[in-house]
Design a protein around this ligand. Structure first.
Ligand code: FAD
Ligand code: SF4
Length: 509
């Protein structure tokens, strides 16, 4: 009569209704899989964090009296792939039922669907009880519309979930969006928070991973490991953020500075994406802090928009458009990633800083991902598939359902404008305004061409000149094309020649 219930590595939600009752007929199955360590090259901290959090989850389930079969990567019975392990465990336990929570990644969803179609025993899927929306609610909301603006969806979510709403169904403060107030550069005050995250030692796990030759890159920090690994730690991080940093989040959300790699960002994405935290409690906590008068409305709204708006929205785009979304390449960009993406050895200080901190911490905040690395990748015409694999590997929070639409749709514009109303690119002027990277750079942010000119400048203008037929009609780019019209033929020629030289020598930038 045994039922096996699969718990995937990003389904570490102890509040799931599965765990309300203990039964000797139910065995929870947790698997450390070679297939999951190899579908892309992952940052060392990401692999450690997921396996260590899974082990802790299994320990706590056992402590509560649940039966758990946990198969470690180095367990001799481990067959490597998900489905081979499941076949073996079903036979071993003579299970009559197999249940799993809906996976968030298309890859695993397909694998389980195909396998269950030939499975001899009864199979059941249940919801992961995590998101505000079901998988296909976003696509139902947008229907046949050509562009899917997040803002429309977000307002609907605010109404539906009654978040920051007045009783008369108008938004608190009278505005839906306070984004314009969230764009300040940070000049050293207030002081950014110390790193309050928990400290763990995962040297033994790291030795196992290296002995098994699990491919990885980036700093492991196994002996001083800082990501939260269970719900208690994750809740502690959320509460501290809401109490101490949320009030500063709005103002400096877009700022970048060499003195702080995360400024006032929450660092909750790993805990959220592995479901240790629920987005509902995150939104409720932030709303409550505003109701208590502890944070301004603009801060609370700006933060809630990320979780209730963007996070649910990109997941909806993913499920609506997969698997084809992965192959979009609106600009037909093909250039391979330069080697310095993997070590940060570039003279462009903004890129060196953001790639460097990503290798060190498996983290960069949103604007660093979008307006530094993604900006360069798009301007330089890097192959979107390679850019996607880099993002999917390097960040601690990178799971395809959230990474792919952000990387390909928002950052690389590969869908031609479904997700973003225009490409998110900038010249050095924006980077210089929002941070201090340029003040310590070999390149000059004010020059367009010439030996010391910042590469972002010529690349920026060249990008729009090159893609005029695709982008020239976009009303949001009229200023850009108005400016280009004023360039002399000589300026056009200088930009083209300069970009040609930059890209030939991209490895040396
Ligand atoms: P905060 O800035 O404190 O924001 C709070 C929370 O809001 C985040 O934890 C996250 O859950 C949510 N959020 C904010 N922006 C987004 C967004 N655009 N999409 C979805 N959720 C959002 N986020 C991931 O979780 N995984 C990824 O793999 C990922 N890849 C990205 C790739 C690119 C190119 C870009 C531009 C963004 C990506 N993001 C991704 C979104 C965002 O950058 C991260 O969620 C955020 O930096 C995580 O850090 P934090 O927890 O400190 O977030
Ligand atoms: Fe980056 Fe250019 Fe500024 Fe250097 S000058 S930090 S390359 S934007």
């Amino acid at each position: 009569m045994t039922e096996l219930r699969l718990i995937l590595g990003d389904q570490l939600n102890p509040e799931h209704s599965w765990f309300r009752q203990q039964s000797d007929h139910v065995v929870y199955v947790m698997l450390e899989l070679q297939q999951e360590t190899r579908y892309v090259r992952h940052h060392a901290q990401k692999i450690i964090a997921i396996f260590a959090a899974m082990r802790e989850f299994a320990r706590q389930l056992r402590e509560q009296g649940h039966r758990v079969r946990y198969v470690q990567l180095d367990d001799p019975s481990n067959r490597g792939s998900l489905t081979d392990n499941l076949d073996a465990l079903i036979a071993y336990y003579q299970a009559v039922t197999f249940s799993w929570q809906l996976p968030d990644e298309w890859r695993l969803d397909e694998q389980l669907k195909r396998w269950s179609a030939t499975c001899a025993i009864k199979t059941i899927t249940v919801d992961s009880e995590h998101f505000f929306c079901e998988r296909h609610e976003v696509s139902a909301f947008f229907g046949q519309r050509k562009s899917w603006r997040m803002e429309h969806f977000y307002r609907e979510m605010r109404r539906r979930e009654r978040v920051l709403m007045r009783p008369d169904a108008t938004p608190e403060g009278g505005e839906w969006n306070y984004d314009a107030e969230n764009r300040k550069p940070w000049k050293g005050h207030p002081a950014p928070p110390d790193d309050h995250r928990p400290m763990h030692n995962h040297t033994a796990l790291w030795h196992t991973l290296t002995a098994l030759e699990v491919p990885s890159f980036g700093e492991a920090h196994a002996g001083d490991f800082r990501w939260p690994l269970d719900r208690k730690e994750a809740l502690g991080g959320l509460e501290r953020f809401v109490r101490d940093d949320l009030r500063h989040f709005g103002d400096w959300q877009d700022a970048m500075h060499t003195d702080s790699w995360h400024l006032f960002h929450s660092l909750i994405s790993f805990a959220l994406n592995t479901k240790m935290l629920s987005p509902r409690e995150v939104v409720a906590n932030v709303q409550a802090a505003w109701q208590r008068g502890e944070v301004p409305l603009a801060c609370a709204e700006g933060f809630i928009r990320q979780v209730l708006g963007w996070r649910e929205y990109v997941r909806g785009v993913y499920w609506a458009k997969m698997p084809g979304y992965r192959d979009n390449n609106f600009f037909h960009h093909q250039r391979p990633l330069p080697d310095w993406f993997w070590n940060g050895n570039t003279k462009m200080n903004c890129m060196a800083q953001v790639i460097g901190q990503s290798l060190d911490h498996a983290y960069a905040h949103h604007i660093q991902r979008l307006m530094i690395v993604g900006n360069f990748a798009l301007l330089a015409g890097l192959a979107p598939a390679q850019v996607h694999e880099w993002y999917l590997g390097i960040y601690i929070d990178a799971f395809e359902w959230v990474e792919l639409p952000n990387t390909l749709g928002m950052s690389q514009f590969t869908d031609g404008g479904l997700l973003a109303s225009k490409p998110y690119v900038s010249s050095a002027a924006y980077i210089n305004k929002m941070g201090n990277y340029c003040s310590q750079c070999k390149y000059n942010p004010r020059e367009r061409t010439g030996e010391n000119a910042c590469p972002f400048n010529a690349l920026y203008w060249h990008f729009f000149i090159q893609h005029q037929s695709a982008l020239g009609h976009n009303p949001r780019l009229s200023m850009v094309y108005h400016q280009i019209k004023k360039f002399s033929p000589q300026e056009h020629e200088n930009i083209t020649q300069h970009v040609k030289n930059l890209l030939i020598d991209i490895e040396k930038l």
